[in-house]
Design a protein around this ligand. Structure first.
Ligand SMILES: [Ca+2]
Ligand SMILES: [Ca+2]
Ligand SMILES: [Ca+2]
Ligand SMILES: [Ca+2]
Length: 691
């Protein structure tokens, strides 16, 4: 395609490229160079397409249909090239001010932000039988309706052969203007005519602030821009490019090029001599464009095998070869995978007792798409972890005396020597389980062998909840609650039999903390074993009386024990001395008199109700007849044990017989239990003597 080329290299925005103009080709400018939790996306579209039959005019050399077929990768030869058709503008926006426009769909993960976005566009400066649009190639384009001027503009120099058209290219940073979704670019300057092209691409680096499902590991993104022209006179072009960051994983390369013809092959892109994309690398295939061959722009990402770049190398040689085709390369965006070690520990919050061995399972995952090597975790060698593979080790430490943090650390390197590290600190809860048990400080009174129910108060005096609380005592305890938190208190009732003598009854409570640390506490209640007793004594005013003479007898009934005794009955003879008292309070006695008729020789018996006769005592009343022979002088009366002198005046000349109190028989204990706890004031009942 013979075209006079008179347009000089033009550089706009000198701030970006200070100094004298550089040669149009062989220069890559690094525009973005950062490891991010993200990746690079490239989309684009053409602004020229096949002519309608009207646009093609009468008797076209190749039918417009053959052009449309080529859009869908059908056909071959000149009829499948833009070279054979009067390429015409597309204009999809509703803006009459734009003469060209087209759209592409940009999809970046939800929640990602744009780290960098550049809009590139290019077109034929001239082409055969062209009808140029208004303005000039360096005029602003519209980007989603907003005018965007070239940040950098390049146009081919005059050194092209007569078989090449001049191309221009332009780029602008649109990071701030970019939104996800449909991208529409208008007014890309391109003439209509044979072999004309025009199109645009958008190179977007998206990222998250931290690892996410969409970006589980960082990738090193390096975006380079240029105007790398491979005209018909140049079969191969070598361009060094840096930086690179290969780490042994598959690499993605985002590419933007123009005027690569699908129907002419033999064109290659080579990285360090290895061909990427086969023998027809430039085919005007753009991500986001509706046709597989848009006849203007290559804008897409390709995957490059891990062995193409040696891990650790900082630069590469990018080469372009051509046979039939000729093209312009504008952008190379590397996306190098980086290994990334992530660490989880289980348990995440260990618990231990002082000096215990604390064991945690460390799970190390390489979240990246490149291998991690020389991996060690808590001092243990793991070696290489392949992309997305996992290794586990058990990490152990000795527990301190109190809560402390423990840290598991993992380290390694990428095949490029990048240090990798992760660590996880876990608070170790050092448990000090402790339990305190108390009972009432007041002693309990009980009969010998009596089942005594007593309450034990249990307090968790440690720093960790206790579980499985259980109490035990000689005759059993109630069930307890399942959990007792630190500082909390619980009560439990237990039963144990009193012995024959006063002593202690003990309950023991056991529990365990959440890692099985057992604790136990005991508490005892003092038991005063009591024996109910009754006493009775009788004195009479004269020992000898005439038959039929009335003699006064003074009877004293006492309860010398520590418990009230109910339903106290004085029975027997003489009948006049019988009495009933509802209760006799502890350590009280009552005294009363009765009139009996001489002579008398009888026995009075006192018993406690419910005792079944088990508590009893008796006293003899004997008054001789004056006609009877005089008996020997009686012994002087002796006071009943534990019974103080009565309040009533002592009868004159007392002559009495005092019966010793008796202990209750064992069989009577149960019946006496019911008396315990009753408090009765004897005087309120009888008005008789009390002390
Ligand atoms: Ca062409
Ligand atoms: Ca328009
Ligand atoms: Ca090609
Ligand atoms: Ca071409």
């Amino acid at each position: 395609m013979r075209v006079p080329i008179l347009i000089a290299v033009v550089l706009l925005v000198p701030l970006l490229t200070p100094g004298p103009p550089v040669a149009a080709a062989e220069v890559w400018r690094t525009q973005f160079d950062e490891a991010v939790y993200g990746d690079v996306t490239v989309v684009g579209n053409s602004v020229l397409t096949c002519p309608t039959p009207e646009q093609a005019g009468p008797h076209p050399k190749y039918s417009p249909k053959s052009c449309v077929d080529a859009l869908n990768r059908k056909g071959h030869g000149p009829s499948a090239l833009n070279n054979g058709h009067r390429m015409s503008w597309t204009d999809v926006d509703d803006d009459p001010a734009t003469f060209t426009s087209s759209s592409a769909q940009l999809a970046i993960p939800a929640g990602a932000t744009v780290a960098y976005a550049k809009l590139g566009w290019a077109g034929s400066a001239t082409c055969r039988d062209d009808v140029p649009p208004p303005g000039t190639p360096q005029d602003p384009v519209t980007f989603n309706g907003t005018r965007v001027s070239p940040g950098r503009f390049v146009i081919d120099g005059p050194d092209l052969s007569h078989t090449d058209n001049a191309f221009y290219s332009a780029e602008a940073d649109v990071t701030r203007a970019l939104t996800s979704g449909t991208v529409t670019v208008g007014n890309v300057w391109a003439p209509q005519g044979f072999d004309c092209f025009g199109g645009w691409s958008l190179t977007v680096v998206w990222k998250f602030p931290h690892a996410t499902a969409a970006a589980p590991a960082k990738r090193h993104i390096a975006v380079h821009g240029g105007h790398v022209r491979l005209p018909t006179g140049k079969p191969v072009l070598h361009t060094p490019i840096a930086p690179t960051h290969p780490t042994g994983g598959d690499i993605r390369v985002g590419l933007t090029a123009y005027e690569g013809d699908w129907a002419t092959d033999g064109d290659q892109m080579l990285i360090n001599g290895a061909a990427v994309g086969g023998r027809n690398a430039f085919v005007s295939s753009a991500q986001g464009a509706p046709y597989p061959n848009n006849m203007s722009v290559d804008a897409r990402t390709v995957t490059v095998g891990a062995n193409v770049l040696k891990p650790g190398t900082k630069s590469a040689e990018l080469a372009f070869r051509r046979d039939e085709d000729a093209f312009l390369v504008q952008s190379i965006a590397w996306s190098f995978p980086l290994p990334e070690l992530t660490l989880t520990v289980d348990p995440a919050n260990p618990a231990a007792h002082p000096k215990d061995t604390v064991a945690q399972t460390a799970t190390v995952t390489n979240a990246g798409d490149a291998p991690a090597t020389g991996v060690t975790v808590c001092g243990q060698q793991v070696g290489t972890i392949a992309p997305h593979a996992t290794a586990t080790r058990t990490c152990s430490s000795t527990a301190a005396d109190d809560d402390y943090p423990t840290t598991v650390a993992v380290s390694g390197t990428s095949l490029a020597g990048d240090p990798l590290a992760a660590q996880r600190s876990s608070p170790v809860d050092v448990l000090h389980p402790a339990l305190r048990a108390t009972t009432a400080t007041e002693p309990v009174t009980a009969l010998p062998g009596q089942a005594v129910k007593f309450t034990t108060t249990v307090t968790n005096t440690g720093d960790t909840p206790l579980y499985g609380l259980a109490a035990r005592a000689a005759a059993g305890c109630d069930p307890m609650q399942g959990q007792l938190d630190p500082g909390a208190t619980s009560k439990v009732d237990c039963t144990a039999p009193a012995g024959d003598e006063s002593g202690a009854l003990t309950a023991t409570v056991s529990a365990a903390d959440r890692i099985g640390g057992k604790v136990e506490a005991s508490a005892s209640v003092r038991v005063q074993v009591i024996y109910p007793r009754l006493t009775i004594s009788a004195v009479w005013s004269k020992d000898r009386a005439r038959d039929g003479e009335v003699v006064t007898v003074t009877v004293t009934v006492g309860n010398p024990s520590e418990v009230p005794i109910a339903n106290v009955q004085v029975n027997g003879e003489p009948a006049a001395c019988r009495r009933t008292f509802p209760v006799l309070a502890p350590r009280t006695r009552v005294t009363y008199t009765c009139q009996v008729t001489a002579p008398m020789n009888a026995r009075l018996t006192v018993s406690g109700a419910g005792a079944g006769g088990a508590i009893s005592a008796s006293a003899i009343v004997r008054i001789e007849s004056v006609s009877a022979p005089l008996p020997p002088a009686p012994e002087p009366p002796a006071p009943a044990p534990d019974v103080p002198a009565p309040d009533v005046p002592a009868p004159p000349q007392p002559v009495a017989h005092v019966q010793q109190v008796s202990k209750p028989a064992v069989g009577g204990v149960a019946a006496i239990i019911g008396m315990i706890g009753m408090v009765v004031v004897a005087s309120a009942l009888s008005g008789l003597g009390r002390r």
